[in-house]
Design a protein around this ligand. Sequence first.
Ligand SMILES: [Cu+2]
Length: 153
Amino acid sequence: MRHPLLALALMLAACAPAAPPAAQAQVANGIEVRDAWAAPTPGGVDVAAGYLTIVNRGREADRLVAIESARAARVEVHEMSMDGAVMRMRPLAGLDIPAGGQAMLRPSGNHLMFIDITQPFVAGETIPVRLQFERAGAVEVQLPVRRGASHGH
Ligand SMILES: [Cu+2]
């Protein structure tokens, strides 16, 4: 006969909420990427927003110089700022990440902008992205698509 405590433990494990898909950090070449995700897109929209935090674990400053994805014609880093009551967005040429520092791309701040997406981003799927750094080289990351507080575009 099965131990009653074991049965209870199994029941509790089965009831535990699933871990959020974006929780794992992705590390390569001294660059750690965490909290990566992208927002689902409504039909008929050809841009999508993506978010992530880049941590530079190296001893030298690095710079994100290019981004690409098989799911979009191009990917830009956008800076968001308020001009009085008007929200403005402009593409940045690159993103500096100091040694031991980090750059956060998140809703209502800087973000990744996927332009001319090949098909809508659907919750539950994963978007492959290649980040190109001056020093660290290419870093491949996966952005799970999920609902969250995105920004209007
Ligand atoms: Cu944007």
